[in-house]
Ligand binder design. Sequence first.
Ligand SMILES: *Cc1c(COP(=O)(O)O)cnc(C)c1O
Length: 390
Amino acid sequence: MQVPFLDLVTPHVELEEEILGVVRSALRSGRFIGGPEVEGFEKEFAEFCRTEHAVAVSSGTDALRFALMAAGVKQGDIVVTVPNTFIATTEAITQSGAVPAFVDIDEQTYNIDPGKLREYLQSGHRVDAVVPVHLYGQMADMDPILDLADQYGFTVIEDACQAHGAEYFSRTQNAWFKAGSMGRAAAFSFYPGKNLGACGEGGAVTTNDPALAQKIRMLRDHGQSRKYYHDIEGYNGRLDAIQCGLLRIKLRHLGEWNEKRRRAAARYGELLGSIPGVVVPLEPEWSRAVHHLYVIRVGDRDGLQSNLAAEGISAALHYPVPLHKQNAYATAGFGDFPVTEKVASEILSLPMFPQLGAAAQQRVAEVIARSLCSCHATADRLAPGFPQHI
Ligand SMILES: *Cc1c(COP(=O)(O)O)cnc(C)c1O
């Protein structure tokens, strides 16, 4: 049995007629840029995220860069994020004129460790903004981050590119919040493999601040307040009408797809949770994750990945090289981030998508159990201090 890492064909085949309808009406109206599909999608995506505004842009990277710029991040500012993320997070920071800095992650949630952020601030470092990344579809622990933001006066911009629909229970506000509704603004990506994916590139910024939304509308469209009247220099960062139309169709299924991912994650938890040497993802009681990725940790990660591959099961690494170890940052002098480094050598992303069936998951679990059993005899192959049972 082959088990792919994700399935980008089935959902599109299922929705093919509706999708073709969007393309057909664009061809017949000639409305390719702006217009009702773009506005309709923005309104519906804002509703989904429970925010006042959503602004569609050309990618998640642009969404994050525009959000930072519109929130006032400028040349020379310091923006803190984590080294355990996709490079787009730091690219957006650098391209907004700011300088990225890192705080290490929590070993159980793989997201920013608020205690380490506090220490970082207490030791006198300047911080103008923080970008918590809701990695793998689970929100970062926002309460302490927002408390620190109040105390130290920095801006919080969420990187929600992997977390469409994830929820967080705020103990301070005694309410559940959707990803993208807690910071000053948030960035989403509609890269095809994301929980909500375009048939191409796309992204969005969500915010409750009308002035910030307006600024992003200008930034994405050459800084014009009306056609050919440019108040600032901007970018070509629009999302086209066809992609917005397709995203409207897919958005109607996102809740159900996320629910299927949650069910698949629960099944993995049952199948894998009792295998010694496997650490399954932790979902704290304040979190409802949408499992963009299902990431386990094992001692002999590379061995397991190749055993899975030999059985036709695709697994992947998110991410194999932490950002502070990337060649692009060879001279940046970010420092050492031991939790990120340890985790990066043990993580493995298993097949995860809404259509993933129970039989396929059973198969994945069997291969993992067999693979770990055969290396179990040599327990020293597990990383030192590696939890045997979790
Ligand atoms: C996908 C992703 C991005 C960038 O989104 P693009 O649409 O590919 O530009 C940024 N941050 C994270 C965490 C992502 O996963």
